[in-house]
Design a protein around this ligand. Sequence first.
Ligand code: SF4
Length: 473
Amino acid sequence: MKSSVHLLSLGCAKNLVDSEVMLGTLLKAGHTIEPNQADADVVIINTCGFLESSRKESVEAILEANQVHSIKPGQKLLVAGCMAQRFATDLQKELPEVSAFIGINEVPRIHEIIEEIAVGPQRSAVSNRPAPKDTPHSGHLKSQISNLKSFVSRKPTYLYDFATPRYQLTPSHYAYIKVGEGCNHPCAFCSIPIMRGRHRSRTIDDVEAEARALVANGVKELLLISQDTTYFGKDLGVADGLSRLLTRLNAIEGDFWIRILYTHPAHWNERVMETIAASPKVCRYIDMPLQHMDDAMLMKMRRETSRAHIENIIARSRAIVPGIAIRTTFIVGFPGETDVHFETLLQSVKDARFERLGVFEYSKESGTLAGRMESQVPTRTKKARYNKLMAAQQKISAELMASRVGKTLRILVDKDGKKLIGRTESDAPDIDGRVRLKGKGWQAGEFQQAKITASTEYDLVAEPAEKLLAASF
Ligand code: SF4
């Protein structure tokens, strides 16, 4: 029996690729995609389980999806993604509305699962109760166990390949390529290895085949993602895996960008930097979450790196790849963080002048080493440190943006709803700044020359360079 399926994808780009694989697999099996949730036979919520806040968002999305249930009796509600992978047992008790929970390994057989539950019993009666005060482990909502199913294997090992059907959910001109999955790092605050398993890489041939197909399809930007993209190939015994991959992808015919996301400082080396410098298609852009800059904190976070190593990466990458933009993120309020540790971080940020920077307040996560640590930092202290670091970065960013006024930059034009916006080589989709476009002649999905006429703290303003050029004659 074929179903119409509506999918809501939450969380990170890696989860989005899983959503694309699920939809591609369902289409290949003859099911259809239903844009309107209320009209779908099956609703899939692909959840995020990384932080308390993202789990809350996932549970609210599940309950909201259930509210819609009353419109289409018999509709099935499936929960996939990291939260299902880790908390299916608890969630079964707390969310009887759900027809089935699906783990990471079950992504490629989503069609079989839908066909299996399609013939299954009705879901338990609708309940419009509020989201649980606290996500899994709450247990305060005693409800009858319905006949729902759990398709979750304990050890996540799945990773798609070139032959896997995918239904692109990003705008047609850019696409994520998941080059690896899982993570072998022991970061004390992170639960991702619990949900995504050990690191596993695809082969260079396999990734190249996918990239060729996407470029042939008109994709203008390939975003390479995994939990640690700099670890690419190491598990397969491939030396300099990322450099080799970049060289291969750069050799593909066509006019497109290659962007590297989610790298780890411990695995950066000059070989990768030199490859970026020698590969015109590879964006001069590094996304490298650093989390902290104080050695005592880096040690306590189990980040397997040091301030000296990080400072060397920054200096060498800026020397080897002139004009490179560095994006990073930091955590403030990690257990045991003192004013002195924080001042080290703050001063490092002022010295390094990162082009793009995000800050997170430490979130205590069950199942992580840091979640069991003493000396948790009070919320108001976290907030104060967050504000201080963001204020310092806002000033730096405004100066860096202002230094680009008057320049002509190559941008890729995106659509934001009805509005056209631009992104330079230094701007990844959804997480970085943008170029606000003035004037006419901008085309979505195209590379165009933009004359920067003004700037704000995080964004640039531009006119079409061509028009200005013509006007100057
Ligand atoms: S590198 Fe650290 S923070 Fe990133 S996914 Fe792995 S364990 Fe988590």
